[in-house]
Design a protein around this ligand. Structure first.
Ligand SMILES: C[S@@+](CC[C@H](N)C(=O)[O-])C[C@H]1O[C@@H](n2cnc3c(N)ncnc32)[C@H](O)[C@@H]1O
Length: 290
């Protein structure tokens, strides 16, 4: 690696998918500092017009490769990113980590994150949560059904579909209150077993039947009327609730509401819960078999 070929400055720009808390900013700043240290360059972070998650993945991949001494983390990769940034009319001269790391994300998921970025949608699930969703979707039994409350632009959906792969024996239903938003997800090439529903998740969930995996990712069905969502879970079914790390939320009301959600999940005798302290904070709850 010869960072001198690029000069000793390393400018990193990223656009958060959702508003960053002070703790997240510190973490990202630390990652950027680490990349700077590895490259023997002075790294500066600008929160701007790119996708934070994708940028972070590139940063992490780069640091990891450097740790392993891999060829691919040399200045050619950085230079290429640099040139692509320039070609794309980067708002920050010298921006490096513009490239999306398509080897890290499935194509359909990458397309969904790009859709989120171009729509300015900042509420898409984080990649770590997405990977968990994909893994759990892969475990859904034959004839299984999956439900997402809050389609957004289809990022969580893309992860779920990725996990289900070429299966034809499943159904995925995704519910969104905002029709216009959901319409942005529709043109993607979804399998025929994906069904889009419009409406308030808290209301719609009552008439959709039973599910093996539910991702309640909207206020309706998560913060409001969570019990209806739990009622729609089959025995042995799995509920994945993200954004449960309260320290990430600056809004006091939201923190209180999420604390209630946590209490309701953990205190529900029908559920066996595990709190996972990664990504946005996840509670995985499995409905007991009687
Ligand atoms: C956190 S985002 C969903 C992100 C999506 N699940 C993903 O992983 O990319 C929450 C979404 O829920 C939608 N929403 C808000 N209230 C809702 C409700 N009561 N019922 C259904 N969707 C709702 C919002 O419009 C927004 O798109």
């Amino acid at each position: 690696m010869a960072p001198a070929a690029l000069g000793c400055g390393l400018a990193v720009t990223l656009e958060p998918l959702r508003e960053l808390t002070a703790a997240q900013l510190r973490q990202i700043d630390g990652e950027v500092g680490l990349v700077g240290a590895v490259m023997e360059a002075t790294a500066t972070l600008t929160v701007g017009h790119e996708t934070a998650q994708l940028c972070l993945q590139v940063i992490k991949a780069c640091v990891h490769e450097c740790d392993l001494g891999a060829e691919s983390c040399d200045d050619r990769r950085i230079q290429q990113a640099h040139q692509e940034g320039d070609a794309a009319g980067s708002p920050v001269p010298g921006m490096m980590f513009l490239v999306t790391d398509s080897e890290e994300l499935p194509g359909s998921v990458l397309a969904a994150y790009e859709r989120a970025a171009s729509a300015g949608f900042q509420l898409a699930c984080e990649a770590e949560v997405g990977r968990l969703l994909a893994a759990l979707a892969a475990a859904v039994p034959g004839g299984g059904r999956v439900l997402e409350l809050g389609t957004g632009v289809g990022v969580g959906l893309a992860w779920l579909v990725h996990g289900l792969g070429a299966r034809r024996d499943v159904e995925v239903v995704t519910v969104e209150l905002d029709d216009q938003l959901q319409r942005t997800a529709l043109p993607a090439p979804w399998p025929p077993w994906v069904r889009f529903e419009s409406g308030d998740g808290a209301e719609v969930v009552g008439r959709l039947g039973q599910f093996d995996l539910i991702f309640p990712d909207a206020p309706g069905g998560k913060i409001f009327k969570l019990r209806r969502t739990v009622a729609a879970l089959r025995e042995g079914g799995v509920l994945v609730v993200d954004d449960m790390d309260l320290t990430r939320h600056d809004d006091e009301q939201l923190r209180s509401a999420l604390a209630v959600v946590r209490h309701r999940l953990l205190g529900n005798a029908e559920l066996v819960c595990a709190e996972l302290g990664f990504s946005s904070g996840v509670i995985v709850a499995v409905k007991r078999r009687s």
